[in-house]
Ligand binder design. Structure first.
Ligand code: NAP
Length: 314
C-alpha cells in the first residue's frame, strides 16, 4: 500500500475540499487527505505533502515527509517560514500559469502604452484631447526577472512588436530580447525602459530592489508594473517618485500586506492602478495535472522534479 498524501493549507474547509477533489481526480490511485482529518498513523506514514500556504506547525506534524509540492509558483513565504531544515520543496511550474501571466503583462503593458490612465483622467475632467500615438517598436519594456513567467512575458511582448529587455541573475539568451545581468545590467534596463515589469521572486537579495536610487535611474515619465511581490519595490520610495512626477504610473498587483490596508495611499493615488493579486491565478485543473505527473514519476523512479534552492530562496 502506498503512503497517504497530506494536503496542508490555511484555506477554509470548503476551498480545501474543492482542491482535494480536483487533485484526487487527477491521481485516482493516491489517497489525499487533509491534515485536519488525518489519523495519527496517516500523519506518521505521509511521505509527501501537497501544500498551499501551509502553517509550518502543520508541516512539523508530518515527521516522515521526504518532499513537499507547493501549488503556488511563488515560494517566498514557505521558504522563509519553513527554513533551511525543511524537506525539499517543489514549486508549481505550470505553462498555463506562464501563459496567463504573459497575457497579463501584455494587457497591462497595453494599458500603459495606449495611455488608458491618462484618458480616464481626461474623461473625469471632460477633456477631449488626443495623446500622441507611439509605435510599440519605439516603446521599451524591461522585465526584471527572466524566469518561467518573465520569459513567457518577453515572448508575448516581442510578438506584439515591443522592444524588450530582460534582466536575470544568470545571463540568458532569448531571441529578439536584449538580455542583461548584474548591477550594471539592471542600471541599463532601468535607464532604457519606458515600462518596467517586476517578475523576480522575493528573496533577501530582491527585497527592496526597486528603491529610491533605482527609481531615480528610470526614465522621466516611465511606468512600472509589479506582478512579483510587494516588497520588491519600496512602497514609500515609489509613492515619492510618483508624487514628484518622475514616474508616470504604477500598476500594482502585489503588496507587502494583502489585502491592501484601507488606509494605504495607493488606493486613491491618481497615478496608481491597484489590482487585488490577480495577474496570474493558479489554474486548478492544469496544476493538479502537473502535481499528479510529478507524484507519479516520483512513485515510479524515486526522483524529484527540480526543487527550490533554499540558499538562493527560489
Ligand atoms: P523563476 O522561474 O524562478 O524566475 C525568477 C527569475 O528572477 C529568474 O530569471 C531569476 O534569475 C531572477 N532572479 C532571482 N533572483 C535574482 C537576483 N537576485 N538578481 C537577478 N535576477 C534574479 O520564477 P517565475 O516562475 O518566473 O516567478 C517569478 C515570481 O512571480 C514568483 O516568485 C512570484 O513572486 C511571482 N508570481 C506572481 C503571481 C501573481 O499573480 N502576481 C503569480 C505567480 C508568480 P535566474 O534565471 O538566473 O535564476
Amino acid at each position: 500500500m502506498t503512503s497517504p498524501i497530506a494536503y496542508v493549507s490555511r484555506a477554509a474547509d470548503d476551498e480545501e475540499a474543492t482542491w482535494i477533489d480536483t487533485l484526487a481526480k487527477a491521481m485516482p490511485n493516491e489517497k489525499i487527505v487533509s491534515i485536519r482529518q488525518m489519523t495519527d498513523a496517516e500523519r506518521q506514514a505521509a511521505e509527501v505533502a501537497i501544500v498551499a500556504n501551509p502553517d509550518p506547525a502543520d508541516i512539523a506534524r508530518l515527521p516522515g515527509l521526504t518532499w513537499i509540492h507547493s501549488l503556488w509558483a511563488g515560494v517566498e513565504r514557505i521558504v522563509s517560514e519553513l527554513g533551511p531544515t525543511a524537506p525539499p520543496i517543489v514549486r508549481l511550474t505550470d505553462p498555463e500559469l506562464a501563459r496567463v501571466m504573459g497575457e497579463a503583462v501584455l494587457a497591462w503593458t497595453y494599458y500603459l502604452h495606449r495611455d488608458m490612465p491618462a484618458y480616464r483622467q481626461q474623461q473625469q475632467k471632460k477633456v477631449w484631447r488626443d495623446l500622441e500615438y507611439r509605435h510599440p517598436k519605439d516603446v521599451t519594456v524591461g522585465l526584471v526577472g527572466l524566469g518561467l513567467l518573465g520569459t513567457e512575458s518577453a515572448k508575448r511582448l516581442r510578438g506584439a512588436g515591443f522592444d524588450v529587455m530582460g534582466w536575470s541573475r544568470s545571463l540568458k539568451e532569448l531571441e529578439g530580447v536584449a538580455t542583461l545581468s548584474g548591477e550594471d545590467g539592471l542600471r541599463e534596463l532601468l535607464e532604457k525602459s519606458d515600462i518596467v515589469v517586476c517578475l523576480v521572486p522575493l528573496t533577501s537579495e530582491t527585497r527592496g530592489l526597486i528603491n529610491a536610487g533605482r527609481l531615480q535611474r528610470m526614465k522621466a515619465g516611465a511606468s512600472i508594473i509589479n506582478f512579483a511581490r510587494g516588497a520588491v519595490i519600496v512602497a514609500d520610495d515609489l509613492l515619492a517618485s510618483l508624487e514628484s512626477g518622475h514616474l508616470a504610473h504604477a500598476v500594482l498587483d502585489v503588496f507587502e500586506k494583502e489585502p491592501l490596508d484601507e488606509g494605504s495611499a495607493f488606493w486613491s493615488h491618481p497615478s496608481v492602478t491597484v489590482l487585488p493579486h490577480i495577474s496570474a491565478p493558479t489554474d486548478r485543473s492544469s496544476s493538479a495535472a502537473i502535481v499528479a505527473q510529478n507524484i507519479r514519476n516520483w512513485r515510479r523512479t524515486g526522483e524529484l522534479p527540480t526543487t527550490v534552492d533554499m540558499q538562493k530562496g527560489y
